[in-house]
Design a protein around this ligand. Sequence first.
Ligand code: DP6
Length: 396
Amino acid sequence: TSNNNNNSMLASVTCTAPVNIATIKYWGKRDENLILPLNSSLSGTLHQDDLKTTTTAVASESFEEDALWLNGKKEDVNSVRYQNVLKTIRSRATKLMDKKHFVHICSINNFPTAAGLASSASGYACLVYVLAQLYGVEGDVSSIARLGSGSACRSMFGGFVKWEMGTKADGSDSIAVQVAPESHWPDMNIIVLVVNDKKKETSSTDGMQRSAQTSAMMKERCATTVPERMVTIERAIQEHDFQTFGDITMKDSDDFHEVCATTDPPIYYLNDTSRYIMNLIHRYNKLAGSVRCAYTFDAGPNACIYLPQESVAEVLSLFLKHFPAGEGVQNYYRGTDEVFAKVNDYQPPKNMHTLYTPEVTFPNSLKYILHTRVGPGPRILSDSESLINLETGLPK
Ligand code: DP6
């Protein structure tokens, strides 16, 4: 309904931001409004070639309101988190504030939100990145992304990223810091097994609040387990030590789900397929005699598997054998053709034969299998890639 013309348009920016998957999980807040965590956490950033959010923000004097479209649908801009983000950005602006204006924002994911992949992390990271450009916000902006969704602050950088919990009441030291850029460990691959599951889960926000209040495991987790793991995993990343990295990643995922199970009432995010995957990975690593791949599960049944290049063909072929595509399923394997060809040609060594029982397969247990890598942080695109028609101020 805005009557816009180009003369009243003040500025326009389009950006992309990645998804991240934690290897040390964030679970529990000490401040619900500022989204300050009870423990530090650490994640890998997934490559945006495969999973990303794209967001355009346009400021104009002729817009009549702030407006937001997510995946084509107009959304409410009055949520507390969205308003906290917008207010903080505007309070730190070095541009635009001398002119009365409103902002139109349009955001899309290149992956289905229904898949249960962390869309709030890439979504808020992209929103904050784009607004920080638009308003000329200087200094750390990960603490603003944190106000949208805690895990979003880790999507403000590529490679491996830690979220330092901080100690200050105003949250100014609760920020994301890059531990290593994506170029540091190019050998690191990621496989996401998107599990078929219709059940509605407990949201992370509700779940972690209940765990903080009721799980007896939380105290030790926050006081000693996680602080020790943060030091060890950071060193493992610096030293390219996959054994330690993988071991801690699986342990922290297991502990996180144990915290959920000891919450009152209990929360269960994993299903039979998730547990089968965990078991298979442990059997595989045991036969191989070393940690060849490591699983981690967030607040849902999907598996995210970190693994070095040398394990990719073997592990992918293992999963494709156990979880073949269901009949008529298109686009089941999502990755490069080059890797897929290697997977098809792969002949398992003798000691691995006990892992393959051709009679035991589970078609339709997975929606799809994605092969990706650790990738870069948010990017600025040119105006030609804007999601908003700069003449009308509305989504294209
Ligand atoms: C299990 O960041 O989605 O994925 O801060 O309430 O928005 P809010 O929660 P959110 O929680 C993510 C929890 C997790 C672990 C992690 O990503 O560290």
